[in-house]
Design a binder for this molecule. Structure first.
Ligand SMILES: CC(C)(COP(=O)(O)OP(=O)(O)OC[C@H]1O[C@@H](n2cnc3c(N)ncnc32)[C@H](O)[C@@H]1OP(=O)(O)O)[C@@H](O)C(=O)NCCC(=O)NCCS
Length: 224
């Protein structure tokens, strides 16, 4: 079923959605939520010591997300915090060829399996958001300073571009290489250029990126 929303409808819906994003987590709580999310991807109920070590030492996606959390932690250090955050941000950009704007707000449970070619502007990302490689989230044009709001549980597939003052509703999926410039209702799928909305899909569906990888978790490379 194709859904369409007029401009007035979008404005009302955006007001409602904006309030649904909870940004009260501390950086430490976010790290715990991030770890849990990566564990879920391997069909684990919790992150044990061995799993946690593997995430911190040998998992680029988790390291990318953690470098962001470190920035959120060090910026609170008096006097040198902002400088430290900028140095970490710079290192993360260069090391992963991906950029999460310092002004972006990103909730816990952030899942990035392949941290390459990603650009996120000053957008707001809720909890349990997934982003695959080569995703761009940001402004539609230099003269329009408004960035997207991505609600809880949204999955954004490889190569997608999400731009403008739009809201991607809770649990929505953005298909590979989609170009999204309009609001996406909760639990629906947006795909194509320009993106067409399909849905809402059944809320019980496990998001694509949360489907556990078959085989031995310790030896299987996480793929989306
Ligand atoms: C959007 C997506 C989640 C939809 O999956 P799905 O619900 O299983 O959809 P289906 O495969 O049943 O396809 C339904 C229709 O949409 C089309 N379609 C699927 N994905 C599309 C996409 N990204 N862009 C345009 N059309 C797409 C299909 O061709 C099909 O069209 P048809 O009905 O005319 O035959 C999925 O196609 C997708 O894009 N996944 C991203 C995968 C990814 O990024 N992987 C990275 C691995 S590292």
């Amino acid at each position: 079923m194709l859904l369409s929303a007029g401009p007035g409808e979008n404005a009302v819906w955006r007001q409602v959605c904006g309030d649904r994003i909870d940004m009260t987590e501390t950086p430490f709580q976010k790290v715990k939520a991030d770890l849990k999310r990566y564990a879920l991807r391997e069909n684990r109920t919790s992150a044990g010591l061995g799993f946690t070590l593997r995430m911190f030492l040998l998992t680029p996606g988790f390291q990318f997300v953690f470098s962001r959390r470190l920035q959120e932690m060090v910026v609170k250090i008096p006097l040198i915090g902002r400088l430290l955050r900028r140095i970490l941000w710079w290192w993360s950009c260069v090391f992963f060829s991906s950029e999460l704007a310092m002004a972006a707000k990103i909730g816990g449970g952030f899942y990035v399996p392949h941290p390459f070619g990603i650009v996120v502007g000053a957008a707001t990302l809720g909890r349990n958001v997934s982003i695959l490689q080569n995703v761009t989230i940001g402004r539609k044009a230099a003269e329009d300073p408004r960035d997207p709001v991505i609600e809880d549980g949204v999955s954004i597939s490889a190569g997608a571009v999400v731009v403008g003052a739009i809201t991607v509703g809770e649990g929505a999926t953005i298909g590979a290489n989609a170009v999204v410039t309009k609001d996406v209702p909760p639990h629906s799928i947006a795909m194509g250029i320009p993106a067409k909305i399909i849905g809402p899909k059944p809320v019980t569906d496990t998001p694509l990126v949360d489907r556990p990888v078959a085989g031995d978790a310790a030896t299987t490379s996480p793929a989306a």
